[in-house]
Design a binder for this molecule. Structure first.
Ligand code: ACM
Length: 523
């Protein structure tokens, strides 16, 4: 062989090798279920030979006619139709199973799956998704979405094929409460924004949205017996722009929308501090009988309801009474944080009395960790954000703890010193820091059995719209969702960051304005 022929042969070998490598890696990528990057990471994924292909003939079959199943089937169709362009009919059928269809059924006979677990079997060209409860099917559907190519999230028709490699996924969560909190008081967010937020957190199997509905800067929920709360207290927000509020009808619409996405709404009315908006609306709620001015700054801890007035407790009963009537979930959040101008000897009986009011309404209390200083009712829950000793005190009283450590889980903290949005009083929180913590070992005196779950709050002093909210929340909330779902022993940043990097195309397709942290190998 002369030199030119040798070079040509070498080139041919290189090209052939490259093509072969491409073919093998494509085949591997689409033929190995356990190789897919899923978040949250399922408990077990076992690959098998073969695959499932969604086609124009594919149908979603639900096992019976109950409304919840129909909703879930229709929800899945709504997720698969736009990108595939397929009709995705939803039918009830006991017929023999056939390839290309997706079967959704309740009655898995696997107790370990609990209320929210599911099993997906991709075998013989069809998909069987089973669970004990509709919530489990809903979670399984979120996994299904991630099994398809990322362009499944597109809102316009894309080219297929829509294939999923064969195998079995068995999955259930570590914590039953996996939440996000949105502060709609510092800056108001419209109903459609809240709905988008619900849609986005549902993808990662979060199941609670806590709405921070009142603060010094604004009151955001209509209370029919106290209309000035919204006509006056709802009119302001941080920065002095016009605020806003939800009518009870709009709030109920949010609750319903959330429930259809396996998300429970927990409303918070913060008290006795963080109350300037109601003190500005009703002079009689102030100890001196004079209304305060509306406030659009960002200081905290300078207001208090008048704990010695009987009217205060009438007010609280009315507010929580109306809220309880439109909140099907078991919890009302009473705030209780940073009441710096309420004396401790007034704060303790106040919180005790508010717990009693909420208890009489048939609801359970959640409050920020300071409420552990009071005498907790057995079913009250302490939301740890700042002081570990408060959380431990709650545990000593038999309360459950919700884990929201500010230094890891506050998604309004800046990522680093270059972040334009956000605060940094709890430190910078890069994407690894919001992931690298274990709820069960973080606080001395608080262990796994004491923990209700995990919640990632976002406060909106510096966050004024959805684009800004998404920049602060994503991708950190995805990591919080992974750690709340996974078993405490399985968290590993180096493994997780690859899975997160592989979500990039999905996040882009969903038009999520996520922060492209340099710590993540984005694909
Ligand atoms: C809080 O961040 N003040 C609960």
């Amino acid at each position: 062989m002369n030199l030119i022929t040798q070079k040509k042969a070498f080139k041919l070998i290189l090209v052939t090798g490259f093509i072969f490598f491409q073919l093998v890696s494509t085949a591997l990528a689409s033929s190995d279920l356990s190789g897919l990057s899923l978040i949250p990471k399922p408990v077990s994924v076992i690959s098998a030979a073969g695959n499932f292909t969604l086609t124009t003939k594919s149908t979603i079959i639900i096992s019976d006619q109950r409304t919840e199943l129909k909703h879930i089937g229709t929800y899945l169709a709504g997720k698969l139709s736009p990108a595939t362009g397929f009709g995705m009919a939803v039918k009830t059928s006991a017929e023999k199973q056939s390839a290309g269809n997706i079967y959704l059924s309740i009655g898995s006979k696997d107790n370990k799956l609990g209320d929210e677990g599911y099993q997906i079997s991709i075998k013989g060209g069809l998909i069987n998704l089973t669970a004990n409860k509709p919530a489990g099917l809903f979670n399984g559907i979120q996994t299904l979405r991630q099994l398809f190519p990322a362009k499944i999230e597109s809102s316009s028709p894309q080219a297929g094929p829509w294939q999923i490699p064969a195998g079995t996924i068995r999955d259930y969560p570590e914590y039953s409460y996996r939440g996000a909190m949105l502060d709609v008081a510092r800056h108001f967010f419209q109903v459609n924004d809240v709905k988008r937020y619900i849609d986005l957190i549902a993808i990662y199997k979060l199941n609670v949205l806590h709405l921070h509905l009142s603060d010094d800067q604004g009151w955001r929920i209509e209370i029919k017996k106290w209309p000035k709360l919204t006509s006056i207290g709802g009119s302001s927000q941080v920065g002095g722009e016009k605020g806003g509020f939800y009518t009870q009808e709009q709030y109920s619409d949010i609750v319903k929308y959330a429930a259809e996405r396996n998300i429970l709404i927990i409303p918070e009315i913060d008290m006795p501090g963080h109350t300037n908006a109601c003190l500005a609306s009703y002079p009689e709620l102030n100890c001196n009988g004079k209304a305060t001015e509306l406030y659009s700054g960002t200081e905290v801890g300078f207001t208090s309801l008048c704990t010695s007035k009987e009217l205060t407790y009438q007010f609280i009963s009315d507010v929580f009474g109306e809220l309880a009537a439109i909140t099907p979930g078991p919890y009302l959040h009473i705030g209780g944080d940073e009441s710096h101008v309420t004396k401790l000897e007034d704060y303790i009986p106040f919180v005790n009395r508010v717990q009693e009011i909420v208890g009489k309404l048939g609801k359970k209390v959640i409050g920020w960790d300071e409420i552990a200083l009071s005498t907790l009712r057995p079913n009250s829950c302490v939301q740890y954000w700042a002081k570990g000793e408060n959380a431990a005190l709650g545990v000593k009283q038999g309360a459950k703890v919700l884990m929201s450590p500010a230094a890891n889980a506050y998604l309004d903290m800046k990522y680093d010193s270059t972040s334009l949005l956000g605060l940094f009083w709890a430190g910078f929180i890069e994407v690894d820091k919001s992931y690298n913590w274990d709820p069960a070992t973080l606080v001395p005196g608080v262990s796994k059995e004491n923990i209700l779950g995990v919640e990632a709050p976002v406060w909106t002093e510096t966050i004024t719209n959805m684009k800004e909210l998404e920049q602060m929340v994503f991708p950190r909330i995805i990591g919080i969702a992974d750690l709340a779902w996974r078993s405490s022993t399985s968290g590993n940043w180096n493994e997780y960051k690859v899975r997160l990097g592989n979500q990039a195309e999905r996040l882009k397709t969903l038009n999520i304005n996520y922060y492209q942290s340099k710590l993540v190998p984005w694909k």
